[in-house]
Design a protein around this ligand. Structure first.
Ligand code: GLN
Length: 285
C-alpha cells in the first residue's frame, strides 16, 4: 500500500473494487461511502479530490467497503435514506424507503390537503421506518396520523425518526391490524405499503434485499395478495363513509387487486409509477 491516499485515489480504487464484486453503480457507491466517512457532500469530492485522507477515516472506509462488498445495502451502512426530501434513519429492522413509494405519499398529500375536514385522520398500516406517516405529518400539519406496525423493532426506528424530524402529529401503535381493529376508528384516509411480493418470487430478489431487509416487510409467505384481501374486509369498518384508501401494489398485481376490491363493493382506480408499472390502487366506497 502506498503511503498517502487522496480522495480521488479512493474513488478510483473503490469503483474498480466494487465493479469487480458486481455492485451496481460502483462509482456512486464509493462516493457516497466516502462522503459519509469524511462528512462532506459529493461536490466536495471534486473540489478537494487531491486532499489526503487520514488513517482513521481510511480504516472506517475500509470497514464500510467490506460491508458493501458483502452486499449489505448502502443505506444500512450509512444509516439513512432520503424520502420525499426528508432524511430517515434506517437499519435492518425496517425496509429501505423506495422512490416509487414517494408517489403513493404524494397522492395522499393531495387528498389530505383537499379534504374540507379541519383535522383529517389518517391511518398508515405497516409503517416500518415511518417514512409514509411522517412525510404526511410534515406535509399535512393539521392531520392526526396513527401509524401501526406489528414489529416493535420497526416502531423504535419510526419513533426515532419522528423525534429527529420533530414531527408531532403522528402516533405510533404496535398492533396486528389484520387481527385487532384499532379503537380510534374510523379514519378519513388509510394508506399502506404492505408486504406484497409473492413468496416464490421473493427468493429471486437481489442479495441486498434477500439477505439484509426484513422479510416480513416484503412478503406474506403466500401469493402477495393476502393483505389486500383483508383490507377489502376491514376497511369497511376502518374507513369513514367518504373515506379513501391508497395502497402500493407490486408488478402484475393490478387486475387481481382491482377485481377483489370491486367485488367487495368499492370503487377503485390504479396509477402507474415513473417506470410505467401500475403501482397504486386508490378508492373508497
Ligand atoms: N417495492 C419493494 C421491492 O420490490 C416491495 C415493497 C413491499 O413488498 N411492500 O423491493
Amino acid at each position: 500500500m502506498k503511503k498517502e491516499w487522496t480522495i480521488i485515489d479512493l474513488v478510483k480504487w473503490g469503483t474498480e473494487f466494487f465493479e469487480g464484486k458486481g455492485i451496481e453503480s460502483a462509482r456512486l457507491n464509493i462516493e457516497l461511502l466516502l462522503c459519509d466517512v469524511l462528512k462532506i457532500d459529493r461536490m466536495t469530492i471534486y473540489t478537494q479530490f487531491d486532499k489526503p485522507v487520514a488513517k482513521q477515516e481510511l480504516a472506517r472506509l475500509k470497514e464500510f467497503v467490506k460491508r458493501r462488498a458483502a452486499r449489505e445495502p448502502l443505506q444500512y451502512i450509512i444509516g439513512s435514506q432520503n424520502f420525499c426530501g426528508l432524511d430517515f434513519v434506517v437499519n435492518k429492522s425496517v425496509l429501505i424507503p423506495r422512490p416509487e413509494t414517494e408517489l403513493l405519499v404524494e397522492k395522499v398529500i393531495d387528498s389530505g390537503k383537499n379534504t374540507k375536514l379541519s383535522t383529517p385522520r389518517i391511518l398508515d398500516i405497516g409503517t416500518g421506518s415511518g417514512c409514509i406517516a411522517l412525510t404526511l405529518g410534515h406535509n399535512i400539519p393539521n392531520a392526526l396520523i396513527t401509524a401501526v406496525d406489528y414489529e416493535n423493532a420497526a416502531l423504535e426506528v419510526a419513533r426515532e425518526n419522528a423525534k429527529k424530524l420533530q414531527i408531532k402529529n403522528v402516533e405510533f401503535v404496535q398492533s396486528d391490524i389484520l387481527k385487532n381493529l384499532l379503537e380510534s376508528t374510523p379514519y378519513d384516509i388509510i394508506v399502506s405499503n404492505p408486504p406484497y411480493i409473492d413468496h416464490a418470487e421473493y427468493g429471486q430478489s437481489q442479495p441486498e434485499v434477500l439477505e439484509y431487509e426484513p422479510k416480513s416487510a416484503l412478503t406474506e409467505y403466500a401469493d402477495g395478495l393476502t393483505f389486500y384481501l383483508s383490507f377489502a374486509e376491514i376497511f369497511k369498518e376502518l374507513l369513514t363513509d367518504r373515506g379513501q384508501f391508497f395502497l402500493e401494489i407490486g408488478y402484475g398485481q393490478e387486475s387481481d387487486i382491482l377485481k377483489l376490491f370491486r367485488e367487495a363493493g368499492y370503487s377503485v382506480s390504479s396509477e402507474k409509477d415513473f417506470a410505467g408499472i401500475q403501482r397504486i390502487i386508490y378508492g373508497g366506497m
